[in-house]
Design a protein around this ligand. Structure first.
Ligand code: ADP
Length: 216
């Protein structure tokens, strides 16, 4: 496999880029989507979360009440640490499982990770950063995703800065233009990705996380 890291701040257009790459034939491994799947009603991880944080974080159908969990996690640093300790390894394991499935193919595999600059990965063949000015991200988040401006700005402020993200980029997609300009840039990134040398054996695990390497 050719393993690419894809990142961008909230509202940059990362998900849009991810779908365009999928249309070219990339296998997308999306950290946020996996996190949501692992927390779907009835998922085993919810039992673990309820044991640590209390049954009141679940509704009567066994679904996660995200606001209840967020209230606890963001008011108590130990709770946040425990939450991360429960969720992160589960997500990492599932990402690893999906990478293992395609590791020996010639596919282009895209690890779609919002916080890649904050949590680097080993052995990526290349990193693609989707970049937009903060004001553009805010206006798209308010216009298309129904977010309040304050909320959008405070979420952006909690993530890595544009400069920090650009430092890890091999390819930068400037998404300040229209969707057709974006699509042309994605075509170019696809052509670039397709000619990269394949990933080494333990590529994709988190830097500093020896337990997450592929032992197969
Ligand atoms: P992210 O995944 O980085 O948070 P999205 O891909 O969801 O961002 O994009 C945020 C919003 O902006 C979405 O509604 C998306 O359809 C829209 N969008 C993305 N790129 C463009 C663009 N170039 N022009 C107009 N709207 C865009």
């Amino acid at each position: 496999m050719i393993l690419i890291g894809l990142t961008g701040g909230i509202g940059s257009g990362k998900s849009t880029v991810s779908s365009l790459l999928a249309k070219h034939g990339a296998v997308i491994i999306d950290a946020d989507a996996i996190t949501r799947e692992l927390q779907a009603p009835g998922a085993p991880l919810l039992t673990v979360l309820a044991e640590r944080f209390g049954a009141h974080i679940l509704d009567t159908e066994g679904g996660l009440i995200r606001e209840e969990l967020a209230k606890i996690a963001f008011s108590d640093p130990d709770a946040l640490k425990d939450l991360n300790k429960i969720v992160h390894p589960a997500v990492a394991k599932e990402m690893d499982r999906r990478m293992t499935e395609v590791r020996d193919t010639d596919k282009v595999v895209v690890l779609d990770i919002p916080l890649l600059a904050e949590n680097p990965r080993k052995g990526l063949c290349g990193v693609v950063v989707v970049d937009v000015p903060v004001d553009v991200a805010v206006s798209r988040l308010t216009e298309f995703r129904g977010m309040k401006e304050d909320d959008a700005r405070s979420r952006i402020a909690k993530q890595a800065s544009r400069e920090e993200r650009l430092k890890i980029a091999d390819q930068v997609i400037d998404n300040s233009g229209d969707l057709s300009t974006l699509s042309t840039q994605v075509d170019a990134v696809w052509a670039w990705a397709a000619q990269l040398p394949p990933a080494v054996h333990d590529a994709g695990s988190r830097e500093g996380d020896e337990s997450a390497t592929d032992k197969s």
